[in-house]
Design a protein around this ligand. Structure first.
Ligand SMILES: Nc1nc2c(ncn2[C@@H]2O[C@H](COP(=O)(O)OP(=O)(O)OP(=O)(O)O)[C@@H](O)[C@H]2O)c(=O)[nH]1
Ligand SMILES: [Mg+2]
Length: 283
């Protein structure tokens, strides 16, 4: 299966970024702390060659802190890029990242500094902008593609900050990357087969965080034997039944995905720097 979700406004956003990134002083690239590799849009690195950029690993309150530390070290040592782990609603964390970014540019005090917030959908770009502004300026929401246009906001210290719509790319490959993005909530649910993504999510949690599963789902007396078994057990325990009888796997998978995305299963990171190293070795 390949997941394709590239609504029209993303093509417009691509043009917008191409036209405007070179005109701003700095870029805050917002990644999802649970999937810093999968949520990194290659377009941003290409466009930011001459623009100061930092990585913000947002939603770190949902990620495994041990793995987030590994990612911070990966960005610092292997990619030579400054990276900050933040929770988007925490003002001091967002300000620390912004201030560091501003400190890296040569400032002409007579004119405003322009900072652009970019990233894939649903990583918390607008949330961070609101936090920095200290009020709700941009619309936010727990589905991707909430922001549809560039929006400028003036902050104190002569800084203008621009929110932008989340952007993906037309065909997401490899398949595992598409699954990670889908399970995190970066791709519209309308483009997904819940059962398939649910099986992927089940496999991920069973492999990486089995104890969290046992703690979350009290009806599990022991670990399910595989991902299908987990979905089936959730379906049975939560009464996800089809009209004519039998388990509604779609509904059961939806429960697992919702619990995973919201952090109800616990602090989960979908990938580690080691995972991408081994994937590169295979290639
Ligand atoms: N747990 C948690 N949730 C967050 C955090 N930051 C943002 N969110 C939530 O994530 C969802 C998406 O946030 P937005 O700020 O709308 O994301 P966005 O990147 O602007 O999304 P698009 O405009 O669709 O590209 C919302 O439900 C936010 O409340 C965070 O640090 N932790
Ligand atoms: Mg937004």
């Amino acid at each position: 299966m390949s997941i394709q979700w590239y609504p029209g406004h993303m093509l417009e956003t691509k043009k917008l970024l191409k036209d405007s990134i070179s005109k701003v002083d700095a870029v805050l690239e917002i990644l999802d702390a649970r999937l810093p590799n999968a949520s990194e849009n290659p377009l941003v690195a290409n466009l930011c060659k001459d623009t100061a950029r930092i990585k913000i690993l947002n939603k770190s309150d949902l990620a495994d802190p041990r793995v987030t530390d590994m990612w911070l070290s990966y960005f610092e040592h292997q990619r030579k890029l400054p990276a900050f782990a933040v929770c988007g609603s925490e003002k001091n964390q967002a300000e620390k990242a912004l201030n560091y970014c501003i400190s890296r540019i040569t400032r002409n005090r007579a004119r405003k500094v322009k900072v652009m917030v970019v990233g894939i959908p649903n990583t918390g770009k607008s949330t961070i902008l609101n936090t920095l502004a200290g009020k709700k300026i941009a619309k936010t929401g727990n589905v991707p593609a909430i922001t549809r246009h560039k929006q400028r906001t003036s902050l104190k210290n002569n800084i203008d900050i621009y929110d932008t719509p989340g952007i993906l790319w037309p065909v997401i490959e490899p398949k595992e990357r598409a699954f990670v993005l889908a399970a995190s909530g970066a791709i519209s649910d309308t483009a997904l087969d819940y059962h398939e993504i649910g099986l992927f999510a089940a496999g991920l949690v069973l492999k990486k965080y089995p104890n969290l599963l046992l703690a979350r789902y009290a009806f599990l007396n022991e670990l399910p034997k595989d991902e299908s078994d987990l979905i089936e057990k959730i379906g049975l325990a939560r009464g996800c039944l089809k009209k004519g009888g039998g388990i509604n796997y779609q509904k059961a998978a939806e429960i697992l995905i919702r619990d995973l995305r919201s952090g109800k299963i616990g602090n989960i990171s979908f990938e580690t720097p080691k995972d991408i190293e081994s994937a590169n070795e295979i290639i």
